[in-house]
Design a protein around this ligand. Structure first.
Ligand code: FAD
Ligand code: 2HG
Ligand code: ZN
Length: 458
């Protein structure tokens, strides 16, 4: 059990109020274990500031005492970066939940770091806008956490990932200084792009407190199709055809027979087809006018075995559920090893085939579930039935990905889970530059130690 020194607790309480410094083990517990249950550690205390000034005050106290901090938003991160390792202070940003009015002229919005994605989506929708990033953890994932991880999700092929939505940022540095680039300017070429640097920094360079975000038009006419195909190569050919011909294409996701079975068993969902197929491509098109005819025309003569199509909201949600419920169905089956990898599209079919082989060779007990964002070349490799602390399978998969010219993380980040493997797809010069930036902004390594640049590789 980690005990906080009385001086630290009272100094933090002076900033945020005693009721927002949690040191009771029962109250801390929810902040100490990650969503997958694979990563956990003891927090010295959990601190819950209400605004930017309080975040700065907390960081000044911790800086003076040289106490490390783990920033936490919705705690839906999947790489062990959001929970304490070794008695750090957990800094919860959940109370920074202010949503400013939509700037309809600019098509932009400023949100507090603790605003959930679902709250932001609802707020934008009231003014006829949508947000360019969407993901299944929308009810809990926060804007601050999504910026910190540069979250991807299901619409990257149309709108890009989180970094592409960020127009401005406010963040607190390790020593309590506030950097603020929130002018809402479309163009601003005055030096290094701090918002872009903070996006994807996983809480290692600064604590994000507010974000100015670009919105996109709300597109009410939608069609979702789940297409049964022979294999990944066929899914890619169909996807390439749709991307070339259907301007309204918004999502292209893949899942396989084993994942669908797990989802059906866990959720009780109805199977989309009478018989099982090796692979499924889920596509969604969205526009102002019904895009169904465009989709159907583009699919004529395509290498598709069967199709389930829905245009009404309920039907679309049912088809999406088959794909989005993979993460929770896997979690219900055990504590997974999660690998979030990407290769050039030209190597994706090879990755899907070989990943099954290398996992089976690495550990005969392992059960593999594959799915992901096909249009982005991003597969989620989930491995069940191997011990939490045994990384043999992880190493085998990440080496394969490096050999195929890919990256060991497409969208979830490095966290603590992949820190020892960063060198597989970032070279020495890259890592030296990142280390120099980290040292310049956080010389005492107080922000999220153990995450991203933690381990020097052999
Ligand atoms: P947390 O988990 O709390 O933190 C994540 C990281 O960001 C940690 O390193 C933390 O220290 C840091 N951090 C958090 N807040 C701040 C802040 N304000 N300032 C600085 N650092 C901060 N991810 C995808 O990219 N695409 C998906 O499709 C996707 N789908 C998911 C589906 C499910 C069911 C689940 C459980 C997760 C999914 N994720 C996905 C992963 C996760 O939702 C994202 O990584 C998300 O961006 C994390 O947001 P969060 O608020 O929960 O952050
Ligand atoms: C998704 O795309 C998320 O559903 C989660 O990124 C992936 O559970 C996973 O491995
Ligand atoms: Zn994903």
């Amino acid at each position: 059990v980690t005990v906080a020194s009385p001086g630290l607790v009272s100094d933090l309480a002076a900033v945020v109020g005693a009721s927002h410094v949690l040191d009771d083990p029962d109250l801390k517990a929810a902040y100490e274990t990650d969503w997958t249950r694979r990563f956990s550690g003891a927090a010295r205390v959990v601190v819950r500031p209400a605004d930017t000034a309080q975040v700065a005050g907390v960081l000044r106290v911790c800086h003076a005492a040289r106490v490390p901090i783990v920033p936490q938003g919705g705690n839906t991160g999947l790489v062990g970066g959001s929970v304490p390792r070794d008695g750090e202070v957990v800094l919860s940003l959940a109370r920074l939940s202010e949503l400013e009015p939509v700037d309809e002229l600019a098509g932009e919005l400023t949100a507090g770091a603790g605003v959930t994605l679902a709250a932001l989506q609802a707020h934008a929708a009231e003014r006829g806008f949508a947000f360019g990033v969407d993901l299944a953890a929308r009810d809990s994932a926060t804007i601050g956490g999504m910026v910190a991880t540069n979250a991807g999700g299901i619409h990257v092929l149309r709108y890009g990932s989180m970094r592409a939505q960020v127009v401005g940022i406010e963040a607190v540095l390790a020593d309590g200084r506030v950097v603020r680039r929130l002018p809402g300017l479309v163009k601003d070429n005055t030096g290094y792009d701090l918002p872009a640097l903070l996006a994807g920094s996983e809480g290692t360079l600064g604590v994000v407190t507010r974000v100015r975000l670009r919105l996109v038009p709300s597109l009410p006419a939608r069609v979702v199709a789940v297409l049964a195909v022979h294999d990944t190569a066929a899914a890619l050919t169909v996807f390439a055809r749709l991307r070339a011909r259907v301007a309204s294409l918004e999502a292209a996701e893949v899942f396989y027979a084993e994942g669908l079975e797990l989802v059906v068993a866990h959720t009780g969902a109805t199977r989309p087809f009478a018989t099982a197929h090796p692979a499924y491509l889920l596509v969604e098109c969205a526009a102002h006018a019904d895009p169904t005819d465009d989709l159907v025309a583009a699919l004529e003569d395509a290498d598709v075995v069967d199709a389930a199509v829905a245009t009404d909201r309920g039907g679309r949600e049912q088809l999406w559920r088959l794909r989005e419920a993979h993460t929770e169905a896997i979690n219900a089956a055990g504590v997974p090893h999660k690998l979030d990898v990407t290769v050039p599209l030209s190597r994706l079919a090879e990755l899907e085939r070989r990943v099954r082989e290398v996992v089976a060779e690495a550990d005969a007990r392992a059960r593999v579930v594959l799915f992901g964002h096909l249009g982005d070349g991003n597969l989620h490799v989930n491995v069940l039935d191997v011990p939490a602390e045994d990384d043999t399978v992880d190493v085998a998969v990440l080496r394969l990905v490096a050999d195929l010219g890919g990256s060991i993380s497409a969208e979830h980040g490095i966290g603590t889970a992949k820190a020892a493997f960063l060198h597989l797809t970032r070279d020495d010069a890259d890592i030296a530059v990142m280390t120099a930036i980290k040292h310049a902004l956080d010389p005492h390594t107080l922000l999220n130690p153990g995450v991203l640049l933690a381990s020097r590789h052999p």
